[in-house]
Design a protein around this ligand. Structure first.
Ligand code: HEC
Length: 139
């Protein structure tokens, strides 16, 4: 009887653990797409992203030590490598990385951090739209 009761308790705990795992997974689940990101930043910019401009932006240093390509590679269709830490980075171009640009919070976090590292400021909506147009064009 005692055993029975404790096994029911642990089943309950297991269910709770499972539910919280599923919940946190859903928080990080895909909530956007590369196409939606391009549309979003183009709308913010008031003009469609331009792939050629995005490519130039991506490969250029903007007064600092790094370009986007320093860590993401060029073209960013294969694994990149962090210019400082050597940490491997999944390909940034969505056609080569199904997870790229599928999580709004992640995109926001890294745009903020990486633009600051490269330009010492945030990227404008125009620049983000251009980068997305470039990345989405890589097949
Ligand atoms: C110093 C190294 C470094 C530089 C320079 C850099 N990045 Fe990144 N970037 C990273 C790392 C590390 C990640 C996280 C990769 C991961 O965890 O999947 C990342 C992720 C991103 C993501 C998130 C992609 C996704 O998974 O949805 C975007 C967007 C991004 N970078 C854009 C840029 C842009 C634009 C530039 C140039 C302005 C740039 N990065 C320059 C290191 C860098």
């Amino acid at each position: 009887m005692l055993l029975d009761r404790s096994s029911r308790v642990s089943a309950g705990l297991l269910a709770a653990a499972l539910a919280s795992t599923l919940w946190s997974a859903s928080v990080h689940a895909a909530d956007t797409t590369p196409a939606a990101q391009l549309q979003h930043w183009s709308a913010q910019a008031g003009a469609p992203g331009n792939a050629a401009r995005g490519q130039a932006f991506f490969n250029t240093k903007h007064g600092g030590e790094w370009s986007c390509a320093s860590c993401h590679g060029t073209p960013p269709t294969t694994q990149g490598q962090h210019a400082n830490t050597g940490k491997l980075i999944a390909p940034l171009a969505p056609a080569f990385n199904p997870k790229a640009f599928t999580d709004t919070a992640k995109v926001g976090k890294w745009f903020k951090r990486n633009c600051n590292d490269v330009l010492s400021r945030a990227c404008s909506a125009n620049e983000k739209a251009d980068v997305l147009a470039y990345l989405n064009s890589l097949k």
